[in-house]
Design a protein around this ligand. Structure first.
Ligand SMILES: Cc1ncc(C[n+]2csc(CCOP(=O)(O)OP(=O)(O)O)c2C)c(N)n1
Length: 387
């Protein structure tokens, strides 16, 4: 394996208006044609048309979920929603490359990755409805809870990966046993000290961790160009970590580069940094207005690179029947309806639940705070009774 930057043997599309770099790994052009790439094409050869249709279905259903959750927020049913619109290929491609025993540390818009882990996406709504601090047990899917503190979980990922290493679950050659860890974060997170520290530790310890950066071009209103003087993947070599820049709207390329990185990690070859060049087509969250800081021309440029349309063009050219798409649209509609009904049925949680799961065991300080809070809450009941 070449150490440092992996060069593409294809001429990639300009990934961002104003960004000049053609080290981009791409296996599917924006018009849906397959591209041969020496290192990565062999890693997707086993994916037949049914498998590609499966990836397409994943992306369509996740987008439907995301659109429904956005609408629910607009109707006041959720407090906030971070859309993953446009990032489906980066998430589904990388997520489908994971083995069941690999562990994921997500940020907060990794709904597509959660889907690939078998997470019931409805559980994601609990937190954004304000009824739960998480919504699922990380051990059920090897998928940790969402992290809203930018980049902090990169440290958790490296630490966890070093634990995996010490448990002897790396480099045994047993595909059921060897495990890797993935941290998902955005371009903005690469400016955080936590991410740098996580990469330093991972590099010197050969930790089995993949840093999967979704460069969606914006950290809220700050464009990537204002965050870094060099393309983000080039940072990898400074840490001594192999790095690759992939077309994040190409589900096949994302699958291939992640598969390669995971295999290296599981076999004891250490960490990899992946920069998936993609685009956040929606707002940062539902409380943001992107028209204040980005142009229509830029959005139009990325709309022509939509990850779902691109795979559809390929499938149609390969002979997928129109009935497949019609049936999937119907499935997506029914799925959206289910999400809507479920969201409204989430039970109200007692406010004192905030004290649960703070520590694994009882803690006197938490107990004292809980007692104070119970008394405070009871005060409202008495006040009400007196009126
Ligand atoms: C430590 C920390 N600093 C600042 C914030 C406020 N904040 C929330 S999202 C965000 C931008 C993150 O951008 P990026 O890492 O590119 O991820 P994206 O949301 O684009 O997926 C910031 C600064 C935060 N949540 N945590």
């Amino acid at each position: 394996m070449e150490f440092g930057v992996i060069q593409s043997d294809t001429q990639g599309e300009t990934p961002h208006v104003g960004t000049q770099d053609d080290d981009l790994i791409q296996l599917l052009t924006i018009t849906g044609e397959r591209v041969h790439q020496q290192t990565y094409s062999p890693l997707v050869e086993h994916l037949d048309r049914a498998a590609l249709e499966g990836l397409y279905r994943d992306m369509v259903l996740v987008r439907r979920f995301d659109t429904e959750a956005t609408a629910l927020q607009r109707h006041g049913e959720l407090g906030l929603w971070p859309q993953c619109l446009g990032q489906e290929a980066a998430q589904i491609g990388s997520g489908r490359a994971l083995a069941a025993q690999d562990h994921v540390f997500p940020s907060y818009r990794e709904h597509g990755v959660g889907w690939t882990r078998g997470l019931d996406l409805r559980k994601v709504l609990h937190q954004f409805r304000g009824e739960d601090h998480g919504g699922w047990d990380p051990a059920d899917h090897n998928f940790s809870l969402y992290t809203l503190v930018i980049g902090s979980h990169a440290l958790h990922a490296t630490g966890y990966a070093m634990g995996v290493q010490r448990d002897g679950d790396v480099g045994t050659g047993n595909p059921e046993r060897d495990r890797a860890v993935v941290a998902y974060f955005g371009d903005g997170a690469t400016s955080q000290g936590d991410v740098s520290e996580a990469m330093v530790f991972a590099a010197v310890n050969d930790a089995p961790v993949v840093f999967f950066c979704q460069n969606n071009q914006w950290a809220i209103s700050e464009p990537t160009e204002r965050q870094s003087r060099v393309p983000l993947y080039r940072r990898g070599s400074g840490f001594g970590i192999p790095a690759v820049r992939v077309d994040g709207n190409d589900v096949l390329a994302c699958y291939a580069v992640t598969r390669e990185a995971l295999e290296r990690a599981r076999s004891g070859g250490g960490p990899t940094f992946i920069e998936a060049v993609t685009y956040r087509m929606g707002a940062h969250t539902t409380s943001d207005d992107p028209t204040r800081y980005r142009s229509r021309a830029e959005e139009d440029y990325w709309r022509t690179r939509d990850p779902i349309d691109r795979l559809k063009l390929h499938l149609v050219a390969e002979g997928t029947a129109p009935e497949f798409f019609t049936a999937l649209d119907e499935e997506a509609e029914a799925f959206g309806e289910q999400i809507r009904d479920y969201c409204r049925s989430i039970p109200k949680a007692a406010p004192s639940r905030i004290f649960e799961h703070v520590y694994a065991a009882e803690h006197s300080l938490v107990e004292a705070e809980r007692a104070w809070f119970d008394e405070y809450e009871a005060g409202f009941a008495t006040e009400g009774a007196q009126r």
